[in-house]
Write a protein that binds this ligand. Structure first.
Ligand SMILES: C[S@@+](CC[C@H](N)C(=O)[O-])C[C@H]1O[C@@H](n2cnc3c(N)ncnc32)[C@H](O)[C@@H]1O
Length: 214
């Protein structure tokens, strides 16, 4: 796929390419998502909000991590929300998972609702990241946990689709933003993986996983 088209699909999967791009993301980002879910250490009866789940393929794993978990996925792509509902029909019907269209700059939830929030490979697309982080903290319960995962700028900068609208971050910049939004940093680690990128090439990925408390 042309890098410019791929970039716009990664930002906002839609139209004829959306399903294929989402499936590629599932395999490219699968191990990373599992690692983030592990780090959130879900406990019985907790609620988790995922920002930018794409086709929501990890929701089924998330709700199996403990008893009586509830999962909410918010994605700004209507096509992804429809795909996520279709792919997760059983857990949506049972009430364990919901998917809705929305933007983390303005979430349609009351204050202090979620125990945990997860977002993977979304930060690059936010025009005013502080606005999003403040909003995420607003919907987290006091002491709730937030997991933010994104590619380190030194690794991302050479990917062919990145010049088309990606804002890159290193760990220090992201940690400063999180603290400015009022989060307390608990753990920041690099997750290194050799794997297939969204372009289909094998690359050495360096990903930041930051866990912080509301
Ligand atoms: C690059 S994909 C990553 C998908 C998935 N999290 C993964 O790890 O494979 C980015 C997804 O997040 C969505 N997205 C990005 N920023 C968002 C925001 N601020 N609010 C809601 N959805 C967002 C996009 O529509 C897209 O589905």
């Amino acid at each position: 796929m042309d890098p410019q088209i791929l970039a716009s699909q990664l930002r906002h999967p839609s139209g004829e390419h959306a399903s294929e791009v989402a499936l590629n993301m599932n395999s490219a980002n699968g191990q990373l998502n599992v690692k983030c879910i592990d780090l959130l250490n879900l406990q019985n009866s907790e609620s988790l909000l995922e920002i930018g789940p794409g086709n929501g393929v990890f929701a089924a794993d998330i709700i199996k991590r403990a008893d009586n978990l509830s999962y909410t996925g918010v994605d700004w792509s209507a096509d992804m929300v429809a795909e996520a509902k279709r792919m997760n029909e059983d857990i949506v019907t049972s009430g364990q998972a919901t998917f809705q269209q929305g933007n983390s700059s303005q979430l349609n939830f009351d204050n202090n609702v979620f125990d945990k929030v997860l977002t993977v490979h979304t930060l690059y697309f936010w025009d005013n990241p502080l606005e999003h982080l403040v909003e995420i903290r607003r919907v987290l319960k006091p002491q709730g946990l937030f997991c933010l995962a994104f590619g380190e700028s030194s690794f991302m900068k050479d990917l062919p689709f990145v010049p088309y609208g990606f804002e890159l971050y290193d760990r220090e910049l992201a940690c400063n933003l999180l603290q400015d939004a009022g989060f307390r940093l608990l753990n920041a680690e690099y997750y290194a993986e050799q794997g297939v990128s969204n372009t289909g090439e094998v690359v050495d990925k360096i990903i930041n996983i930051i866990i912080c408390k509301a």
